[in-house]
Design a protein around this ligand. Structure first.
Ligand code: FES
Length: 148
């Protein structure tokens, strides 16, 4: 084995993960970990915050969900039995996890930069892409899609 081969064999290997290829439970764990990282860092810098959960009432399904601010709304809603369409990408691309708030959605959620399915004016009209949105207020919403 020459020096170049020896160096190559000792190089660490990096396995890239495509979240879309993961089964749903593993994808949710991966995305929650990735999305939560920034919030954990921010929370660590700010210290304890009294208001780290909010209540979202899904009025079309009569379900209230207490959501943690450091987790995306979709996964917490699914855990509480809120029904969404099938085949969710869970990474902000397909646009199938939308809910509608009666007001400017910027007042009640923060979308991450992964939000790719909604236009800015749709967000100000109340549309929320739940797989990449964190709550920042209590609010009522319905599960629906633009155009439905
Ligand atoms: S599940 Fe696809 S955009 Fe949210």
């Amino acid at each position: 084995m020459d020096t170049q081969e020896r160096n190559r064999s000792s190089e660490p290997t990096v396995e890239l993960i495509n979240p879309i290829d993961l089964p749903n439970p593993k994808r949710r764990e991966f995305l929650a970990a990735m999305g939560g990282m920034g919030m954990v860092l921010v929370a660590g810098c700010l210290g304890d915050d009294d208001e780290d959960t909010y209540l979202i009432t899904f009025t079309d399904q009569d379900i209230e969900v207490e959501v943690a601010t450091d987790e995306f709304i979709l996964f917490q809603a699914l855990d509480e039995g809120v029904e969404f369409p099938d085949n969710l990408c869970e990474i902000g691309r397909c646009g199938r996890c939308t809910i509608k708030y009666d007001g400017d959605a910027n007042d009640v959620v923060d979308h991450t930069e992964d939000q790719q399915a909604l236009e800015a004016d749709q967000v100000t009209d109340g549309w929320i892409l739940t797989c990449v949105a964190n709550a920042k207020a209590n609010f009522d919403a319905v599960v629906t899609r633009p155009g439905d």
